[in-house]
Write a protein that binds this ligand. Structure first.
Ligand SMILES: Nc1nc2c(ncn2[C@@H]2O[C@H](COP(=O)(O)OP(=O)(O)OP(=O)(O)O)[C@@H](O)[C@H]2O)c(=O)[nH]1
Ligand SMILES: [Mg+2]
Length: 211
């Protein structure tokens, strides 16, 4: 009886065992909703007001494909120009989330600057990190993604344009209504986790079946 209670106490004190810990850095222009996205993921309330971030750090345990991961998330500032802090965040990060929103057209054009910064910082240490581009505030009516023309003169969507130009995935979200927020982090874990080859194999098998 005595032994049982001791072992239960020990169990309570035990640290959870994570399959892996990853650091994600979230970048994007001022007011696009970076903090709102991260706050949603960690279970904090949506805030209707814009409170500019200096830099925040969050830890989120997450289960993905039956494995427990710990995400360490760096929420960076888009309002204040802190290039040195951004560089440190990029160096720490295993992956990056780049956010823009259609109510702030400049945030779309600034994607290229953030991407250059990520690539050049990573190149200094001879590495590459996966990036996901997020179009947030998809709930706002009457705002549509820009369209582009490809080399053959065909109209293409912002998603196809961005995925082709930056070789990364794209996702539309709404932090206000919690739409697709978790998918950002699950997509990222698919990219980062050692099972990614299995995922790729599965998707190529699917493609063959659908052909
Ligand atoms: N309609 C709508 N508004 C949003 C959404 N996400 C964030 N907002 C609003 O946009 C404003 C800015 O959101 P934040 O999350 O603080 O933006 P941020 O990118 O962290 O800004 P900085 O920290 O200054 O770089 C706030 O007023 C939010 O309520 C969304 O999905 N839909
Ligand atoms: Mg913020």
């Amino acid at each position: 009886m005595m032994q049982l209670s001791v072992s239960n106490e020990t169990k309570d004190l035990e640290e959870p065992v994570y399959f892996k810990k990853y650091t994600l850095a979230v970048f994007g222009d001022s007011g696009v909703g970076k903090s709102s996205i991260v706050r949603h993921l960690v279970g904090e309330k949506y805030m209707p007001d814009h409170v500019p971030t200096v830099e925040e750090f969050y830890v989120k345990p997450i289960t993905h494909r039956n494995r427990a991961y710990e995400l360490q998330i760096i929420d960076t500032s888009g309002t204040y120009e802190f290039p040195a802090m951004r560089r440190i965040a990029i160096h720490k990060a295993d992956a990056a989330v780049l956010v823009y929103s259609l109510d702030k057209p400049v945030s779309f054009t600034k994607l290229e600057r953030y991407m250059d910064e990520i690539e050049s910082c990573c190149a200094e240490r001879n590495r590459k990190i996966p990036v996901i581009i997020v179009s947030n505030k998809s709930d706002i009516p009457n705002l549509s993604e820009p369209t582009f023309v490809n080399a053959n003169g065909l109209k293409i969507s912002a998603c196809v344009y961005l995925e082709g130009k930056f070789k990364c995935q794209w996702l539309a979200t709404s932090a206000k209504f919690n739409l697709n927020i978790d998918s950002i982090f699950h997509k990222m874990l698919d990219k980062l986790s050692p099972d990614k080859n299995i995922v790729r194999k599965k998707s190529s098998i699917l493609k063959q079946i659908l052909r």
